[in-house]
Design a protein around this ligand. Structure first.
Ligand code: PA5
Length: 425
């Protein structure tokens, strides 16, 4: 389970501190399925459900792809994309021997980005995993048409065998196409929203193709979700949710999520969608932003240290690094760095994070730490489950429906009208 350290936020709390009674109520609302959006809490049992239904088929499909292709093109956007990318960049930032390269398309309408992917793909053997719950989202649908044509040119009447569709069980244009063409299909369950779907086939198939042990991810997630059902202020999800809501009430309206591992970058993007779409409604919400440390200390550091005092900071920490890298000795010491000899790069990184924390707290930035032991399958599962549970509790604490996203429709209406889609007004 993750460990949450609130000591860097303590001095910003009032005497009453975070409201654990409200967190308890919010948790009960979630668990009893009596709250707003309760039709979309299937993610709470998703790992168990997937283990009993599609997991074997997901692993078998991934093995097939790994055996015949050097690339997988994943087509999807938002909740149908960010989790898989977050996982793969976190756990497999460099493909291992025999791991296909995973390309993500359909998350933009940029012609140049499409060409860049096509150029990198070249004449490699590849498969396509198209992911869209609705089956109607413009960005992935447009890219899918292009990649279907490419598959048809490359593989002729075998093209359909290279397409894997992850979509609604019954409805939508993608589902109909998949049925007509006989593509192997996986399900985005009805009761799971896009941003909570990473532990379904949406995330698991691309992760398995990349060489991630998805069975371990799922077994870990089952255990994590059970542990996170704890009804106590000892529950790290309560601690995080209650602390951020308490700070929000005191005027800290922006939360930056930072990590000292660059491979965490797309987990930050996943987290932003999870919290932004879940909480930003009814005129309320903490604005989620993300930073990469130490790099962003050299760009955003000034603002964080001394800009408007409306920021709180959450740091994701991995207790141990994967590999050791002792700092090298240099007899000449011309660069004056020999004071670092005897330390590992991982120690230096950790000491830097302690120093930054001390400075930010002194500068008026409440600091929360979320720590997991290692950057591995278990750590990934722990973070996903923790952030999902805490997000639902935090959303209910603030009185919103954490599971809908009515605001994302407004731009789509305008775009379809301007593009001349039949029936759009
Ligand atoms: O969280 C969400 O619901 C959105 O981000 C969707 O995942 C995103 O818009 C993609 O939708 P779809 O999977 O229907 O193509």
């Amino acid at each position: 389970m993750v460990h949450v350290d609130l000591s860097g936020a303590q001095k910003f709390f009032t005497a009453a501190g975070p409201d654990y009674k409200l967190a308890a109520l919010a948790h009960e609302t979630l668990a009893s399925g009596t709250g707003l959006g309760a039709d979309f809490i299937g993610w709470r049992s998703l790992p168990q459900h997937i283990k009993e239904t599609e997991l074997d088929r997901i692993v078998a499909a991934a093995e097939k792809i790994r055996a015949r292709s050097t690339a997988l093109v994943v087509i999807g956007i938002g909740g149908s994309y960010l989790g898989a990318r977050g996982a793969i960049e976190l756990l497999k930032p460099v493909p291992g021997k025999g791991d296909p390269r995973v390309f993500f398309v359909g998350n933009t309408l940029s012609a140049d980005a499409l060409w860049d992917t096509l150029d990198q793909l070249g004449d490699q053997d590849f498969d396509v995993n198209v992911i869209s719950k609705s089956g109607t989202t413009l960005e992935p649908a447009a890219s899918f048409r292009i990649f279907r044509e490419l598959l048809a040119r490359k593989y002729g009447d075998k093209a359909d065998e290279h397409i894997f569709a992850t979509t609604d069980a019954k409805r939508g244009a993608l589902k109909s196409l998949a049925n007509d063409r006989g593509w192997e299909s996986f399900v985005v369950p009805d009761d799971v929203g896009g941003r909570f779907s990473v532990l379904s086939a949406v995330g698991l198939l691309p992760m398995a193709v990349a060489g991630i042990d998805v069975r371990l991810v799922i077994d870990s997630a089952i255990a994590e979700l059970k542990a996170l059902d704890l009804r106590s202020p000892e529950n790290p999800a309560w601690q995080y949710a209650a602390a951020r809501q308490h700070l929000y009430g005191k005027g800290y309206g922006i939360e930056i999520l930072g990590c000292y591992e660059p491979s965490f970058r797309f987990m930050g993007e996943w987290w932003k969608q999870l919290y932004g779409e879940s909480e930003g409604k009814d005129g309320k919400g903490i604005f989620p932003a993300s930073v990469e440390f130490t790099a962003d200390l050299h760009s955003m550091g000034q603002f964080i240290q001394a800009g408007p005092r409306t920021l709180m900071e959450t740091i994701v920490r991995f207790s141990r690094s994967r590999r050791e890298f002792p700092f090298p000795n240099d007899e000449q010491n011309a660069d004056g760095l020999n004071y670092l000899v005897g330390k590992d790069m991982a120690d230096i990184n950790r000491i830097a994070s302690d120093a930054v924390r001390e400075a930010h707290v002194a500068g008026g930035v409440p600091n929360l730490v979320v720590e997991v032991p290692k950057r591995d399958e278990e750590g990934f599962a722990a973070l996903v489950c923790f952030f999902e549970v805490a997000c639902a509790i935090s959303g209910y604490m603030s009185g919103v429906n954490p599971f809908d996203q009515p605001g994302v429709e407004a731009y789509k209406k305008n775009m379809f009208r301007m593009l001349g889609k039949p029936g759009a007004v």
